[in-house]
Design a protein. Sequence first.
Length: 525
Amino acid sequence: MIYAKRVRSPLKGGVDVELGPKTVLVGPNGAGKTAVLQALKLGTRGYVDDQEGKDGVATTAAIARLFPEGADLKSEVDMSDGKHFEWASKPRGKGYTKPKVTSKERPYPVSYPFQDAKTLMSGDQKKIRSWLEQKAGGALSDEDLMDLLPPAQKEEGKKALAHLNERSPVELANSLKAEARNLRAGATRKEKTIDSLVEGIPLPLSDSEAETLRERKAELWAQATAPDIVSPEQHEALRQSIVKLVEVLTDTESRIEELPPEEEGSEETADLATKGHALAKAHLEQLGHDVCYVCLRKDADIQSAFNRWAGVLTQLEGTSSRVRLQAQYEKGKAEAEGLAARYKAAKVVDSGPVTEEHSAVSSRLSAHDNNKRLWRQSEGLRMEVASDRSVADTYTSLARTWGDSGHALLLQRKTDFEAKVSKWLQEGEQFAVDLEAGRIGLLCGDVIHTSLSGAEMARVLLAVLSAERDESSSTPSILEPDDRGWDPDTLASVMTALTDSPDQVILMSTVVPARTPEGWRIIEV
């Protein structure tokens, strides 16, 4: 066993103690017994307990108040294997330097499980039960848990273990029951959602009914949009267009008759007159009207030539207008004939009923699609409900199997654990576990006495921690219950029971034990 052999520190006026594997610190209240443990924890873990009513205080400023003014802030611990632990800090400005030794720089961790166990036993019942089951060996491997199931449940059991952390059969069963309750509650909520989702919603049409409506919709659309089908209003509008066009053609025909007819060669004459007119105009503008710039004759009458060409163009203008109007007339006549043909060939149908029926069919199909979507959604939810209830039933069945089998196995292991712990109690005491209540106690006849006094709880926890300690562990463990007002005989009996404990044990007492078992060191403080 590796244990704390010596602890030195100026804390609370000075500590320098040689410890043994099993030690009792004896002295009146206020003599400095607690200071030994505080210096021990400060040196090995970097914190102290019970500083101003708090546990695990690691703030240097708070720790410094345990030291006399001007003393070095320091605590050293020598281990039985030669390893040295040291915590040290110095004032700097308004604060303190960083402690000399950090957790990474310590030779190895040193555990103090007693205070953790005492804190746990005063806490949540579920955590206590889980801790006790773990101590009793209630946590199983996945393979052992699967062996508890019949072949028909193994596949579902494997799925359940994949998403649950518990490995105690009893706790696993409780978690499965809780999940089953949650699944059933969720299924009930989904069923209410389904009811509200489809309340008042008709069932969707059958596939054949929906297809018939789609075909009818296509027929109605074809009727409403066919190129040879017009409404009475459209047919009347077409007739009015034809009447107006005929009126325009009649007026154009009258204007054509008033214009001179086109003569042979009129196009060549018009071209020649246009060029002559332009040539005379340019002559007048550039050279004047006295001299012909072609023959240089001075008495040439260029103005008269310009006027003659202008007259020819005026005469030809009527012929040109006739040709243009005639072309417009022919185009308008062809358009009128086309409209007349459309008017005669048109199938006049009142499209109002067709449009109304098309709109009604479209609305019905749209409602069908919406109803189908809602019913499909509700069907999906119903499948989820069925799946959730099926999984809940599976979880309940698994919980029953694991709960029953695991409980029987746990009871067996609990009995073994109780016997193992009882070996570390004083003669005549028998340790007992009440798993249902999540309590530990001492057996009095056939009744488990769980309302333990402070001294009894300390004895029981010391026994539990000694029993579950792995002797092959290389991590030092120190059990240091606080002073519980031991009487000399009880203290001697506890010391005798813990003589072979694999942990270092440091007891505090205001009285000397009635006898000192072999291997124990008594230090009067």
